[in-house]
Design a protein around this ligand. Structure first.
Ligand SMILES: Cc1ncc(COP(=O)(O)O)c(C=O)c1O
Length: 447
């Protein structure tokens, strides 16, 4: 039986060639650190619904789904038509448009308690902008973030974010970011120790879309109470969870209102776009007041050539309105539930300890033990140490490769971003691919 690597190399020869060329242009031959793969990453050229096609014309069932941005699947006809209709009429009009107003309305429609919105081009820009506005609002300099929680790649987000460490981040910035485990006692202790913490920010279901799960049902409410008591801003980074965990994201699902929210990915309908939204008192830090001292010296400036550009605004509006009006989330959630059940059967059938869990249309994998109770299938109690020990780079890397040889792309080797375009047939094919991949991993001693 050929090894996983042998089969991978044989199945994707055109990708190997492309990677050779890419190495002449890009550091490590890639344009996003998560695409780093040995011996080479797979190159894709189109997608449709639940699948995408690589350079060798393999049909791959896709669960990366635009790094979580494509809740409706690839190239949904309604979104394609909407974007196309504007592209020929101008992609950047160098001024304000009605499109951005419609986009803001559709965001607010799904999360009605948001007072104001500002658009950016990425989750990274949004968390950075939000932190600057919050600092201007309460004049407190420190940020409390949680271990492993990911908020993009600007310097305030780098301490303990899981991927590349905070190499060469100036000490002055490191000192501004207090990192604790997501436990109420830890947060309380930090708030008492550092009176200049102005904001607590988090991924509301746990680090890396709940690969390090927390118990959102209780934790978010407790955190809201605590931050209220200490008069500290609470910021939800809903870049991934927004419009996916429920139509209105984690905040609506758990009925906890943060002061500031960051949205990315799904908010822009598969185009590059993101937003910050919430308290007008905080967003007003960007407003002009006609007072030269405020406008020039105190106001938070936000540029961004492509903020709210017409094709993105239109894609975002159409995508969010579909979420509001159609059973997009329900379909994706039910496909994810089918996938979790099938994966859990595959773990049992192969006698490999592990399980799938996850909220709504996200399916997370854990190797190492069976779930101790049924409720673990949504947000299990897994310690950071357990996750780090068991979800090794080796296991995730080889699972990704094994699954690709069986025509399925898993995000980061541990997450399935399920869309409303995935069909039952594709889910069942994925379950069979997963069982085969588990057997591959077992035969190579990886699990
Ligand atoms: C929770 C979270 N915040 C922020 C970001 C950064 O977003 P972007 O990649 O658009 O800069 C991501 C990206 O995956 C994310 O998952």
């Amino acid at each position: 039986m050929p090894s996983i690597d042998d089969r991978y190399i044989k199945k994707f020869p055109s990708s190997a060639n492309a990677y050779n060329t890419a190495g002449e242009f890009f550091p490590s031959g890639i344009t996003h650190q998560n695409r780093h793969a040995e011996p080479f990453p797979v190159y894709f050229n189109s997608g449709s619904g639940g699948v995408k096609f690589d350079l060798d014309n393999n049909t791959i069932i896709d669960f990366v789904m635009g790094n979580g941005s494509l809740l409706q699947g690839h190239a949904h006809p309604k979104i394609v038509e909407a974007i196309s209709s504007q592209v020929a009429r101008g992609t950047h009009l160098g001024g304000s448009t009605l499109f951005e107003i419609e986009w803001a309305k559709s965001v607010k429609n799904l999360v009605p308690w948001l007072e104001q919105v500002r658009f950016t081009n990425s989750g990274t820009e949004s968390t950075y902008l939000a932190l600057r506005c919050i600092r201007a609002f309460n004049k407190k300099s420190k940020i409390l973030k949680f271990e492993e929680h990911f908020h993009g790649w600007h310097e305030y987000a780098l301490p303990s974010q899981g991927n590349a460490g905070p190499a060469f981040v100036p000490q002055a910035i490191m000192d501004m970011v207090i990192v604790v485990k997501p436990e109420l006692g830890e947060v309380e202790k930090a708030l008492k120790e550092h009176l200049d913490i102005g904001v607590v920010m988090l991924e509301p279901t746990g680090a890396h879309y709940a690969c390090f799960p927390l118990q959102p049902e209780t934790f978010l409410k407790e955190l809201r109470d605590l931050t209220n008591r200490h008069n500290i801003v609470l910021m939800f980074d809903e870049t991934i969870t927004g419009f996916r965990i429920s139509k209105g994201g984690a905040q609506i699902r758990y009925n906890v209102q943060p002061d500031i929210s960051v949205f990315g990915k799904i908010v822009a309908g598969g185009m590059p776009g993101a937003a910050i939204a919430g308290s007008s008192e905080i967003l007003e830090m960007m407003s002009f007041k006609g007072d030269p001292d405020w406008d020039n010296n105190q106001r938070i400036g936000q540029g961004g050539t492509f903020n709210g550009n017409p094709p993105t605004a239109i894609a975002g509006t159409v995508g969010l309105n579909m979420i509001a009006d159609e059973p997009i989330n329900q379909v994706a959630d039910s496909m994810a539930s089918r996938l979790r059940t099938g994966i859990n059967s595959a773990f049992k059938a192969t006698n490999i300890p592990g399980f799938a869990y996850g909220i709504a249309s996200i399916v997370n994998l854990f190797f190492g033990k069976y779930p101790s109770k049924l409720t673990d299938l949504e947000s299990p109690n897994l310690s950071y140490e357990e996750v780090r020990q068991n979800m090794t780079a080796m296991r995730k890397g080889y699972l990704t490769k094994a699954m690709l040889t069986h025509n399925v792309h898993v995000m980061g080797g541990q997450v399935f971003m399920v869309s409303s375009a995935h069909t039952e047939e594709q889910i069942d094919q994925t379950i069979r691919a997963f069982e085969l991949s588990l057997r591959d991993l077992k035969s190579e001693g990886i699990v």
